[in-house]
Write a protein that binds this ligand. Sequence first.
Ligand code: PEP
Ligand code: MN
Length: 339
Amino acid sequence: MIVAMQESASEEQIQQVIEHLVRMGFSVHRTTGERQSVLAAVGARIDFDTRNLEVLSGVEHVHRISAPYKLAGRSFRPGGTVIEFANGLRVGGNEVVVMAGPCSVESREQLFTIAELIVKAGARVLRGGAFKPRSSPYSFQGMGLEGLKLLREAGDHFKLLVISEVMEISQISLMLPYVDIFQVGARNMQNFNLLRELGKEKKPVLLKRGIAATIEELLLSAEYIMAGGNYEVILCERGIRTFETSTRNTLDISAIPVVHKLSHLPMASDPSHGTGLRDKVPPMARASVAAGADVLLMEVHHDPDKAFSDGAQSLYPEQFSKLMDELRMIAPAVGRTIA
Ligand code: PEP
Ligand code: MN
């Protein structure tokens, strides 16, 4: 951490800041320039709040150099994390993994129809919400346990892995036998109790970015899961809320290379929630792969006009298979293949 003192700072004020840093466990190196003193504080502590220094008298500016997370940071595993599943599928390696399916599990017939069409087009993971975080309490809330059973059945039948959203701690044990990946939704990114519990499990977690969360906050949320011993975390950009109203959210594609630089964790992109409109999904999916996404998470429905949730952003079957063909051409241009 670098602490720049004001030009007018007195020697007494500088000494007080040095003493404060030493009390916090830092060793301090002072550089006295012509006009200003600069303190370089070196230490292993990462849980400090720079504002505590900013408010001390004589301090002009505090700059943090080390990241406030350690397990999620790139330096923890410079080569990157690859999550390997029992069926050989790898997330975070050279292959881009496509996860697709309906927003919500609605019925056996619906799920099997969609699973069949996504597997034919080349997806490897079936998505579908059994517990749904809906903005309105009057909207469809999901099929619950029945939906989880259907997901597992369809996954096994079509040799697809299964991902579904966990909304609260009590659902973790219920979901364990049925899902291969836990999804933590945007609304729960900072549900720290839930994250801590997921850290105790030996099952990968796809953690979505909150609608108003910074990338640093996303990485700190991943740190909660990893601190419990579960290092198999996939981060996911799903659009953030901005002043723009042309799309449901603003898909921050730049988060993909930013996360890849800051973290070793695989990075997913969800252009369905990121745009909210199905005609915008293929271009944003193509852009995400070009930008280095390790995973695409997309909503597909055989009859989106009748979908119980998120129909407007769900791809038609033909759209999805055309997109998969395009992705198979784009991926090699950036040194990847589609799993
Ligand atoms: C979903 O995947 O259907 C979902 C609810 O996503 P998000 O948490 O990104 O809104
Ligand atoms: Mn949805």
